[in-house]
Design a binder for this molecule. Structure first.
Ligand SMILES: Nc1ncnc2c1ncn2[C@@H]1O[C@H](COP(=O)(O)OP(=O)(O)OP(=O)(O)O)[C@@H](O)[C@H]1O
Ligand SMILES: [Mg+2]
Length: 271
């Protein structure tokens, strides 16, 4: 009998702002899709940067975003999912500014405010291969909801900055707390962003990340102007410039993670 298909729910979290969470969600998602996997991005950030990149609509025009989904009846889930996006094979649940109020509303209205997303996304288990959750730069309820709904966690860390590891102890403590309600949450590792192995600061951050987070992902992402350009063009890095080093790195990352997660890939694996 064929094994039951299970979905990998991957939270991309670090409360340090600008460390590459959204970039990781968008381009890892795009590369998973190129491997033939079905991908859903869930944007939990009021800044809605992933939605502005991937979505075809402005978040303010979308009736059911993550904010409404978290507070609505479970039947609203199909209305929240948008298959028509700028990245082929990637569906999207939009984020929106309204998420700014959602944490207070969750606390007022729900008995287990950190577990709403998990219960709302539960029907998707087995439907998508990968659900990637983009977290806001905070350790509050929206991030807790992503961590409680996740089977796996990626922590992007800027390796090209001496402050790249700032706050990671708090993050690891928070992950430990969330494991009380989500004991199966598995750490895939720290993802070194803006990495340049020739730079001393990058080597130092790499060592500290290994020691404090415990696990490093096998691919590092270098600094590239293509990242900003792809966001401005609402494109995947592959579509924007497939020959760029950073495009190949995200491809390698997707291949490595698909192997670790035992996702059966097809299509453009060997490019
Ligand atoms: N490898 C890279 N090379 C160059 N620029 C990058 C790289 N990764 C991310 N950036 C840029 O750094 C900025 C922050 O990245 P990103 O938005 O992915 O971080 P974030 O963690 O999601 O931020 P926030 O905490 O605000 O949600 C963006 O302008 C992005 O284009
Ligand atoms: Mg972001």
């Amino acid at each position: 009998m064929a094994a039951e298909r299970r979905t990998c729910f991957i939270a991309v979290a670090n409360h340090k702002g600008g460390c590459g969470k959204t970039t990781t969600v968008v381009h890892l998602g795009a590369e998973f899709a190129r491997l033939g996997l079905s991908v859903l991005i869930v944007d939990l950030d009021p800044q809605a940067n992933a939605s502005l990149h991937v979505g075809r609509k402005h978040p303010s025009e979308v009736p059911v975003t993550c904010a409404e989904l978290l507070l609505a009846e479970p039947e609203k889930l199909p209305l929240a999912i948008h298959d028509d996006t700028n990245i082929e094979g990637v569906a999207l649940i939009y984020g929106s500014l309204a998420l700014g109020r959602t944490e207070d509303q969750l606390r007022e209205r729900t008995p287990r405010p950190a577990e709403e997303l998990r219960s709302k996304l539960a029907p998707l288990d087995g439907i998508y291969d990968v659900v990637l959750m983009d977290c806001p730069p905070s350790l509050k309820l929206l991030t807790s909801n992503a961590l409680a709904a996740a089977t796996h966690l990626i922590i992007p860390v800027i390796s090209g900055s001496q402050y790249g590891m700032y706050g990671v102890t708090d993050l690891m403590h928070h992950v430990g707390m969330i494991r009380r309600i989500n004991p199966g949450l598995a750490l895939l590792g720290a993802l070194l962003m803006r990495h340049d192995e020739r730079q001393t600061v990058c080597k130092l951050i790499e060592g500290t990340a290994r020691a404090e987070i415990g696990r490093l992902l096998p691919v590092r992402i270098s600094t590239s102007t293509k990242v900003e350009q792809a966001a401005m063009a609402n494109a995947s890095l592959h579509r924007w410039d497939r020959s760029a080093k950073v495009s190949r790195e995200f491809h390698q990352l997707a291949v490595a993670l698909a192997a670790e997660l035992q996702l059966s890939v097809s299509g453009e694996e060997d490019e």
